[in-house]
Design a protein around this ligand. Sequence first.
Ligand code: CMC
Length: 359
Amino acid sequence: MNDFKPGLEGVVAVETEIAEPDREGGSLRYRGIDIEELVGHYPYEAVWGLLVDNDLNSKMPDPEPYEPAALTGNAPSDLQAETARLSGEWKLGKLNEISDEQAREDLGRLSAEMMEIVARSAAKADGREPAPDDVVAQGETAAERFLLRWRGEADPRHVKAIDTYWICTAEHGLNASTFTARVVASTGADCGAAMSAAVGALSGPLHGGAPARVLPMLDEVAKTGDPEGYVRNILEQHGRIMGFGHRVYRAEDPRSRILKRTAQEVGSPRMEVAEALEEAALAELHKRKPDYVIATNVEFYSAVLLDAADVPPELTPAMFACSRVAGWSAHILEQKQTGRLFRPADRYVGPGPRSLSAV
Ligand code: CMC
């Protein structure tokens, strides 16, 4: 019997109480609560508390005063490097040697600081100094303080866009980056090591990097005015249309629905082109793969919504990482409490024993 599953598709690697993507009905619940009930009612930092502590009153803490070492302005790599550095700076303990309470505290500190690092790296990329603490302290929510640190100002429409985006993408089960976080946590490494490894996994285009590739598609369609031709062209060259298809959902991605609605509410100037491309892509993908559901995924309208908040495409993987600090933290804790060292099996299919002279 061949039990090998490339990409571990369908293989249950953990049991979790954190999030439930309802793949047929197209809804997403955090600890049983539909995200539709959270967006606009609770800020991201409370949703962090729901995911990590099962308590909407237990919020992600504010960041501590901390000067990142040497930011480059490339947010994903700054975030990965600085998060790993915090392990040393804060002398974080190994997960198999610290209590659950200590791990929870470490994850709270790290989550808040990771948002700080992204805001500071974004300011660096823009060629300006991050805003001082007294300006940032005027912000009431994590999204507002993030924008204040980055830009020195926080347009309420941008705050709404970012808060919604962060909540919608805060957690999504055992995706590649969360799996990475759990694998690292399962070795007993410290929380900074697990979080920074997750950032690396998120930076690839098939996971968190897709929104950066959506806007150029929209630019191209706006230029040619021919979404159908654009889509056909990509598919004829065996390319992938970014922002469509999902390993889990076999229905509309519920996050896409909320992100699209919010992009409309904040007045995204790209809505018309985005809807035209979405319609053309869904029709053509369905024509070519009638038996396989390929729907709009979270990345498509994430790109549109983040663009409406003036977030440049190259910053989108790091923005995704800001959202996911909640999910990663919850999973690292769950791994610590219930998990076991990951060590899957492989099957050797290389050459049989042979002499050195044959090489
Ligand atoms: N554009 C064109 N063809 C597609 C697409 C797409 N977006 N998605 C799936 N297909 C085709 C694919 O070419 C394949 O065809 P064939 O069997 O002829 O080779 C078939 O559908 C099945 O593809 P798959 O890769 O086995 O399907 P999957 O459900 O495992 O793929 C996916 C999931 C996200 C990797 C894929 O849909 C994809 O590459 N999408 C584009 C990138 C993207 O939007 N990524 C963000 C993912 S959502 C957020 C996250 O998890 O980070």
